[in-house]
Design a protein around this ligand. Sequence first.
Ligand code: SF4
Length: 209
Amino acid sequence: MRAPGAAEYVPTGADIADLRAAARACHGCDLYRHATQTVFGEGPASADVVMVGEQPGDHEDIDGHPFVGPAGRLLDRALAEAGIDRDRLYLTNVVKHFKFEERGKRRIHKQPGRTEIVACSPWFDAEIDAVRPQLVVCLGAVAAHAVLGPTFKITAERGETHTAERFSVIATVHPSAVLRAPDRTAAYADFVRDLRRVEAAIRGLRGNA
Ligand code: SF4
């Protein structure tokens, strides 16, 4: 039987703390079956910026927190270099459970499919409703497609500011793509360049606050 999606697990009008608690029991798709736990978003509930990635990775699945593995550490370094305070961001993922395949003792990341992305989207929608950010920063194609639509092209439009109905959006690559890049130095420099644009956008919106 097909899993029903997350909608029936999402409490209406809940704040972030209640959403996080409810998400622990989500069986809206099959990913909960093999993952360790739900990895919900974290950060100030009143953050003006939401940063969203694809899904938790191996470390995040075990620790229960977003962006704490190697990609998260790279993100931390790049944020610091761009002058962005991670503690003022609300950080989350489009999909809240780790999807992987086992190879020996290793768990290898598997990209979530459209069914899982759609099933999990009520959680991200609820996070946006609760936090009400002015800027959403998408890390990677899965996040960018979820926010900006399936025709969005990261390679062509990364670092540009887009205006959605309720907030502005800037998309860049996922930090794990920087780690996998053949020329990691150049990929990291491009990533920091995009984050500097994010920093300028944040300065603009806080100046206008
Ligand atoms: S991935 Fe999302 S929809 Fe699927 S079980 Fe986890 S929280 Fe629920």
